[in-house]
Design a protein around this ligand. Structure first.
Ligand code: PMV
Length: 350
């Protein structure tokens, strides 16, 4: 299951005038990232661990334009605007600073995540952008450096550099600046063959009321439950790594479910509360309990939204999808397995 660091990334350098295209997949955290200790460097307060999916890839092409006065960014053929555009330009500025370049870029992104699926499209998005932009600007970065770079766009993107399971190290809390930046990256995690699936129940495809960035900040600043959850999350990570090595899907699921419910508890205790879970979420959680009572290993996790991802064995995925679909009140249900890490697509230079 574990992927070696050397297998992830394609060519190290490309012609400075050429463009580059990269593909990356979303990841779902089984031990969550919730809370930053440095918002500018995107340094988390805790380690996290995720599974990269084999569905909903993002493909991003970056070309340099010597004559342009500004970056041009499209999403699925439409010009990007507002906050999305601002975050991408800020990310490109970081890449340009490292490359010693002032050339502007044309960025075209094709995102296959259904709108509002509640999947971290920012994870696949910034992982693909990091790989494509680093290549287009001629930065010869290895997978660890690309993970650190992707982190600056969106924290969870650092994990989408790798296939299968990946851990994102928070780095020592006492460090800051360059030292801290160097110490916070993701890497593949050793795992026995688990043959897992994540069944994704989309109970609400609408936009979230509070961004994860705002919700994290408020939780860290005001929730009396944040510190205890962060401490127990460290224990969850240790137990999760051991469960993955053993190939113990029940333990992986139990740890993932308690870690996610704990994260949501921290938000519910924030002032004012942040509540992403809806009545439909709870109905799906009930169906997961029913599945367990019927002897099916099924465990739920939720992110910054009401949608539920259910971890189960691949062989049980259709049955779990059936049960969850009935509970999801007409929402779409998708089945994902472990997917590949981010990579450059060959032969895409213009
Ligand atoms: O990277 P962001 O800002 O999209 O934050 C992601 C946070 C969670 O999805 C809730 C948890 C995680 O570890 O992915």
């Amino acid at each position: 299951m574990a992927e070696r660091r050397t297998t992830v990334i394609g060519p190290r350098r490309q012609d400075r005038s050429a463009g580059a295209t990269a593909i990356a997949h979303p990841n779902i955290a089984l031990v969550k990232y919730w809370g930053k200790r440095d918002e500018q460097l995107m340094l988390p307060r805790t380690d996290s661990l995720s599974m990269t999916l084999d569905i909903f890839p993002t493909t991003t092409r970056v070309r340099l334009d010597a004559d342009a006065g500004s970056d041009a960014v499209t999403f699925n053929g439409e010009a990007a605007t507002g906050e999305a555009q601002r975050r991408i330009v800020a990310f490109l500025d970081l890449v340009r600073e490292r490359a010693g370049s002032s050339r502007r870029a044309v960025v075209d992104t094709e995102n296959t995540v259904p709108t509002g699926a509640g999947l971290a499209s920012s994870a696949s998005g910034f992982a693909a952008l990091a790989v494509a932009a680093a290549a287009a600007y001629g930065l010869g970065l290895d997978a660890t450096a690309l993970s650190r770079l992707a982190r600056r766009g969106s924290g969870s993107a650092s994990r989408s550099l790798f296939g299968g399971f990946a851990v994102w190290h928070a780095g020592p809390a006492a460090t800051s600046g360059v030292e801290a930046d160097l110490s916070s990256y993701a890497e593949p995690v050793a795992a026995a063959r688990l043959d897992p699936a994540l069944v994704i129940a989309v109970v609400n495809a609408g936009p979230k009321a509070v961004s994860s960035r705002t919700a994290m900040r408020r939780t860290v600043d005001t929730s009396p439950l944040y510190a205890p959850w962060a401490a127990s999350s460290g224990d969850d990570l240790t137990a999760m790594r051991a469960a993955l090595v053993r190939g113990d899907l029940e333990a992986v699921g139990e740890i993932a479910e308690r870690n996610a419910l704990g994260m949501h508890a921290t938000m519910l205790a924030a002032r004012p509360a942040v509540r992403y879970l809806s009545p439909a979420t709870l109905t799906v959680l009930d169906s997961v309990l029913e599945l367990r009572r019927a002897g099916i290993a099924a465990y739920a996790t939720m992110d910054a939204g009401p949608n539920v991802k259910v971890l189960c064995r691949r062989g049980d995925a259709e049955r779990v999808a059936h049960a969850v679909r009935a509970a999801a009140a007409g929402g779409a249900v998708h089945i994902a397995g472990p997917g590949p890490g981010a990579r450059l697509l060959p032969g895409q230079a213009p």
